[in-house]
Design a protein around this ligand. Sequence first.
Ligand SMILES: Nc1ncnc2c1ncn2[C@@H]1O[C@H](COP(=O)(O)OP(=O)(O)OP(=O)(O)O)[C@@H](O)[C@H]1O
Ligand SMILES: [Mg+2]
Length: 382
Amino acid sequence: MSSEEQRRPNNPFVVGRYVGGEYFCDREEETRFMLKQIENERDMALISPRRMGKTGLVRHVFHQQVIKEKYNAFFIDIYGTRSLPEFVYLLGKEIFDRLKPRGAAIVDKFFAAIASLRLGLKLDPSSGVPMLDMSLGDIKTPLITLDEIFRYLQASDKPCVVAIDEFQTIAQYNEKNVEAVLRTCIQQYPNVHWIFAGSERHTLLNMFSNNSRPFYQSAILSSLGPLPLERYRDFCIGHFSKRGYKIDAATVDTVYRDYEGRTWYMQLIMNELYNMAKEGYEISPDHIPIALRHILQSHSEGYRATLSMISDRQKELLIAIAKDGKVQSPQSADFIRRHSLDTASSVQSALRPLLKSDLVTQVEGSYQLSDFFLSQWLKENY
Ligand SMILES: Nc1ncnc2c1ncn2[C@@H]1O[C@H](COP(=O)(O)OP(=O)(O)OP(=O)(O)O)[C@@H](O)[C@H]1O
Ligand SMILES: [Mg+2]
């Protein structure tokens, strides 16, 4: 059995990882567009609402033959990082992990170029395989390490593409000059091309379109929208029928409408519907609430844990927003009265941490929960 076959998932609706083009729906035009930008040495910022499919798209682009053959591609997700050393650590580790399978000589060259990471090079005592064994505290001189990494990439055998996912995170770093530092690296090392992806539209637009910011006009801005319904419909029906299962088009259409075409939610529901399917029996819209029930049940422990980590005020506000779905003014007298909240100023101070931790998000002027499933679960349980 080839490694491709070994990776074949039991359920073709895969969530949370990329397993190849067969399980990836469409994005042909977007993929072509991104390849064209890379070939033309243009950096790119990919922006979309949460769960739309940015990360999947970048993975899909990196999976294309032309990228595998002609480029060295690296991917880091900086969500949750707080400082430049963390950024540098992730980037160094990603490059090391990509190079490792290419043999000892390549790894040696990497550590020769990046002297400041050499400390972390260890050999696994049982297998003798090199590993990077260092902690964040070992990145003592992030600027030097960063520059060494870039010099290394610049001298690489092929042009490099570095994708940084959740790029808006750098705006919150402890150091104030990170944008300027990265901008300088980007300008100095033209062998490295960049894809910046993220969901905080406002922050990202500000970074790339404000003429007082270092990244001003340094990347092509591109928004990712939902998959076309017809493509997703064919994708779902096709995967069901490959196993002799049936799903009617109306089911896919309903899921698409309910979740605004966001791939993460749609794929989770489809995964569960597929799980419920049997030969000689058609999956219809009536099955959607059952699938949703199963999903909410399996997530409920996690949701309870989330609630236990926030204050009572935040919890009350979160539930109130979930119940209304979209809220334009959470500090309005009407909203406060209907949900028996305290005062406008207490709502304001509860809202801030909810936005910061991304439990609540602002879309086109309204507040809503970032996670549609959590929203549904709260509505049903409180
Ligand atoms: N075109 C696609 N076809 C099938 N599945 C997809 C597609 N795009 C994304 N997915 C799947 O949908 C889920 C959500 O997509 P992804 O993580 O790419 O979204 P995102 O926009 O990066 O989300 P976030 O805002 O949380 O970072 C993932 O599990 C991914 O595997
Ligand atoms: Mg993502």
